[in-house]
Design a binder for this molecule. Sequence first.
Ligand code: CU1
Length: 586
Amino acid sequence: MEGHVAVRPPEKRLHYLNAAYDWRSWLFTLDHKRIAILYLVSLTLMFFVGGIAALLFRLHLLTPGGSLVQPQTYNKLFSAHGLVMVFFFLIPSIPAVFGNFLVPMMIGARDLAFPVINLLSWYLYVLGAILMLVATLYVGVDTGWTLYAPYTTDYAFGPVALALLAILLAGFSSILTGLNFVVTIHKLRAPGLTWFRLPLFIWAQYATGLIQILATPVLAILLITLILDRSFGVGIYDPRLGGDPVLMQRLFWFYSHPAVYIMVLPAQGVISELVPAFARRPIFGYHFIAFSSLMIAVVGFFVWDHHLFTTTQSAYAGLLFSLLSFLVAIPSSIKVFNWTATLYKGSVRLTTPMLYALGFIGLFTIGGLTGLHLAATGFDLHVHDTYFVVAHFHYIMVGGSVTAYLGALHFWWPKMTGRLYPEVWGKTAAVLLFIGFNLTFFPHFVMGYLGMPRRYATYWEEYQVWHVLSTAGSTILGAGYLLPFVYLFWSLKRGPRADANPWRATGLEWQTPSPPPTHNFDRTPIVTTGAYAYSPEADELEELHLRVERARTELARARAAIAIYHAAHPEEWEQPRPARAAGEHD
Ligand code: CU1
């Protein structure tokens, strides 16, 4: 083995992903980061199930008579889409994946306050998800995701009890997650991390936690009484037994409107992190954003009735809830204003996460503004139960929440996996999704305004052009969602390695290696400043440091090369240079 130089492999750094490999270490893990990954995998699966259902009925709607499935199957497809997407993707999405991963990291803690309850939340979710898949795919539920009586109390409508039980399980998962976050944020903040030094994502998770704890039990009561009604004919909601189906709607929206904020608040929290990081400025109006999250959590409880403007109730009730619904738009408008003010005069970097953030601001604003249309009782009467509502809802839920979810995924992916993804593909997917989304859902506004009712398997010919545009958009949207799935998966093995802070972002989570060690921080961080200490001066200083570092490396490399050369040619070192001949050039 002469001439062979033994090369020692670089010492392997242990982190939360490679600390243990066997399946037990994953399925019984109490590490909040691993539980976040478990959620990421299961949510991705549910997202694609819900998405495929949507693509199928979108294809069906290509022609006025319906070209793909029987009307009964159509009902089952849109119900499956709504039930899976709302209860098993949107409601858990950002809290379950990024809340789990980031809440302890952002506040400098080792884990959540109750790690065992955290794992229990995931198991409740999985059990619920399996039941929901059996109910919607194997047999088929055709009540719509809103579960209105008398569909849900009537045995003609599929295995509804199974679906109700599935949602009940997911609901308890949601309550326990919210409880865990609220207690963690109260009790486990690092020394010096006062409430007004918290990242706004934490404020958003805190407000979301309050809603999850207070609103979701109402859903649980509704689901249990619905099961009683259906199975034992108690007659609470079933009109044939003297029950009141509108009461069912009231209870449903008393949960489900606050639930809209369970889906939106964390998304807004993500945007409040992305915008300052890529505008390289401190966020504008920190306190306003923090308090507007709390205001949404409170006022969101008093607007449920805007879903019942067309039921029998006094004109006074309509007026009151119209006013309250206008009120709840204020805190969201404050946020949009403050994000825009942060962008103003910022040195904006158009990275993949930033494209999602900008997309969010635009789409969420359209969703919010059309929400004001619907809060006006007169206009609501005209577009009630039309595609206009479907469009509004999807601009908030997909244009808002899903866009923010993908922005978060691309922002924290290097932290979670230690790998970078190709920016070109990231940006391509973000642009493709923006185009696909608008092409799918903007026509919904138009045909809804023109009178196309929602949830019908067939329609009049005059609406076909809008349906064709929408179906074309949905195929782009489908391809757009597949793309990140492919290149992110690819990056796990082939992506370049990420350092601790590839975006040069503030926030405690960026101060520990990527991926983080199981215990998160080697030393408990001590916080002395507020979040978002971005400044152009600091960036310039950082850039100078990098340049000096690079120059030093170059210099060291050149010195080493000279030394090697001299070692190989000692004679040149010893002898004086020969005199240059006349006329010779270098
Ligand atoms: Cu609502």
